[in-house]
Design a protein around this ligand. Structure first.
Ligand code: NAD
Ligand code: IPM
Ligand code: MN
Length: 354
C-alpha cells in the first residue's frame, strides 16, 4: 500500500492563496516520483474568516490541525485588522503549541539571480538561519494599564529558558556538522540585554565545546547586519533569537535576490507534532490580486516540507526545477526583474517537472 500524507493547507491572506496554489500544483507534479500520495485538506481560516466570525479560526483549530502530517501556510495579515490580532489569532500559536522550535530559513544565491550586493558569484552566499521559534521576544507576555490615557503603560517581556536556548543552539550545531564549511555564528545583544541574552551566550559557549570541529563566532546583532552585507559569504549556519532571526531573514532574503525566493520551515524535530512550512514573506497587500507575486518561495517551502516527510525524490525534483528555471532565465516575476505573472511561473515549474 502506498502511504498517504495528510497535509493541512492554510492559504491565509493577501498573496497567500496565490502562491500556495502554485506550490500545490508543483508538489502534485513532483509527487509522480514517489510511491506515496499527498492529500490536501483546505481550511478557510484567516482574515476573511475573521470578518465573518470575529476570530481567525475556530476555537479548537489547533486540535483540528494536530493529526496532520504537516501544514502548508501561505501568509497571514490584512491592512484592515491590526497585525497582532491576526497573527496571534492564527499563526503564532501554531508555532508554540506544536513545539516548532526550529525555524529553518535558508538563503542561497541561485545561478541566474542577481544579488543587490556587487560582484557576488552564484552560490557564493549560502547560509542557513536557525531562528528560535517558540519563546524569546515572541512569548507575548505582558500587559497594558491605563490604555489610551496619558498614564498609558505597556509591558512586553521576553522569555529565555536554558532548555529553549539549548535546543535551538544544539540543532544549529548538528546541522553545521553535516555541512562542508562547519561554521556557526550566534547573534545576540547581550551587551544591552543583560539577562536573557547573557543566558543565550552562556549556553552557546557550553554547546560549542561539544563540537570542537565547528568554528564559531558570536556577534552582536547590530554588527551582524553590517556583516551580512559586508561579508555574507562568510556565514554558514546562523543561530538567533526569535526576533533577531525574523529580522535577519528578511535581510538574508534580499541579499540573495528577493523575498519571493525565501523559504522557511517551522519544525518540531521530535516529530511529535506537525511541522509547518511557509514562505518567509507576508501577505504583501501592495501586490495582492495583481498576479505579481513570486510563487517560488512557496514552492521551495513545499520542497522543504517534502524533505521533512522523507519524500526526497519529489523534494529534489522541486528544488531542481526552481534552480533550472532561474539558471536558464525562464519566466520570472517583477521582483526578479521579469514580466511574468504568478501563474506563468507556476506553469513553467510544472512543465519542468513533467
Ligand atoms: P511582506 O513580506 O508581505 O512584503 C514586503 C515587500 O516584499 C512588499 O513590497 C511585497 O510586495 C514584497 N513581496 C513579498 N512577498 C513577495 C513575493 N512572493 N513576490 C514578490 N514580492 C513580494 O511584508 P510586510 O509588508 O511587512 O507585511 C505585510 C503583511 O504580512 C503584514 O500584515 C504582516 O504582519 C504580514 N506578514 C505575515 C507573515 C506570515 O504570515 N508568515 C510574514 C511576514 C509578514
Ligand atoms: C515571519 C513573520 C512573522 C514573524 C510575523 C508575521 C508575526 O514576519 O514569519 O517572518 O515575525 O515570525
Ligand atoms: Mn518576518
Amino acid at each position: 500500500m502506498n502511504p498517504t500524507f495528510h497535509i493541512a493547507v492554510l492559504e491565509g491572506d493577501g498573496i497567500g492563496p496565490e502562491v500556495t496554489r502554485e506550490a500545490i500544483r508543483a508538489t502534485d507534479a513532483a509527487m509522480s516520483r514517489e510511491q506515496a500520495k499527498i492529500e490536501w485538506t483546505h481550511f478557510p481560516w484567516g482574515t476573511d474568516y475573521f470578518f465573518d466570525h470575529g476570530r481567525m479560526a475556530p476555537a479548537d483549530y489547533l486540535d483540528q490541525l494536530a493529526p496532520f502530517d504537516a501544514i502548508l501556510l501561505g501568509a497571514v495579515g490584512h491592512p484592515a485588522v491590526q497585525d497582532h490580532v491576526t497573527l496571534n489569532g492564527l499563526l503564532l500559536p501554531i508555532r508554540r503549541r506544536f513545539e516548532q522550535y526550529v525555524c529553518l530559513r535558508p538563503a542561497y544565491l541561485y545561478p541566474g539571480v542577481e544579488s543587490p550586493l556587487r560582484n557576488k558569484a552564484p552560490g557564493s552566499i549560502d547560509l542557513l538561519v536557525f531562528r528560535e521559534n517558540t519563546e524569546g521576544e515572541y512569548v507575548n507576555v505582558g500587559g497594558r494599564v491605563y490604555a489610551q490615557s496619558d498614564d498609558d503603560i505597556a509591558i512586553q517581556t521576553a522569555v529565555f529558558t536554558r532548555r529553549g536556548c539549548e535546543r535551538i543552539i544544539r540543532a544549529a550545531f548538528e546541522s553545521a556538522a553535516t555541512r562542508p564549511r562547519k561554521r556557526v555564528a550566534s547573534i545576540t545583544k547581550s551587551n544591552a540585554q543583560g539577562f536573557g541574552m547573557v543566558l543565550w551566550d552562556e549556553v552557546f559557549a557550553k554547546v560549542a565545546k561539544e563540537y570542537p570541529q565547528i568554528a564559531t563566532e558570536s556577534l552582536l546583532v547590530d554588527r551582524s547586519v553590517m556583516e551580512f552585507v559586508r561579508r555574507p559569504e562568510s556565514f554558514d549556519v546562523v543561530v538567533a533569537s526569535n526576533l533577531f532571526g525574523d529580522i535577519l531573514t528578511d535581510l538574508a532574503a534580499i541579499i540573495v535576490g528577493s523575498m519571493g525566493l525565501a523559504a522557511s520551515g517551522n519544525i518540531d524535530p521530535t516529530r511529535k507534532h506537525p511541522s509547518m512550512f511557509e514562505p518567509v514573506h507576508g501577505s504583501a497587500p501592495d501586490i495582492t490580486g495583481k498576479g505579481l507575486a513570486n510563487p517560488l518561495a512557496a514552492i521551495l517551502s513545499a520542497a522543504m516540507m517534502l524533505e521533512h516527510l522523507h519524500l526526497r525524490h519529489a523534494a529534489e525534483a522541486l528544488d531542481a526545477a526552481v534552480k533550472s528555471l532561474l539558471a536558464n532565465h525562464g519566466p520570472r516575476t517583477p521582483d526578479l526583474g521579469g514580466t511574468a505573472q504568478t501563474t506563468q511561473v507556476g506553469d513553467a515549474i510544472v512543465a519542468l517537472l513533467k
